[in-house]
Design a protein. Structure first.
Length: 73
């Protein structure tokens, strides 16, 4: 895909991240502290945002299993 055709990356607020991954704030921050969830980017002293691509990648990893096992359907 040419650079001009690439969709810009979105940055997600915590409420959107929680909705997409189905986890609460405490669990998300626990997983971040355990290095098992993408950390947010601090965009100001009062605001953090998550990379949409990193969240989508984390969801894909969870679907496939952390050990790389594909789920059989």
């Amino acid at each position: 895909m040419a650079e001009a055709e690439q969709v810009p990356e979105r940055l997600l607020r915590l409420d959107e991240v929680m909705r997409r991954v189905g986890l609460g704030k405490s669990m998300i921050y626990r997983l971040i502290s355990e290095r098992r969830f993408p950390p947010p980017y601090k965009i100001s002293p009062f605001a953090s945002r998550w990379s949409e691509r990193e969240i989508a990648g984390w969801i894909a990893d969870v679907k496939d299993g952390f050990e790389g096992k594909k789920r059989s359907i």
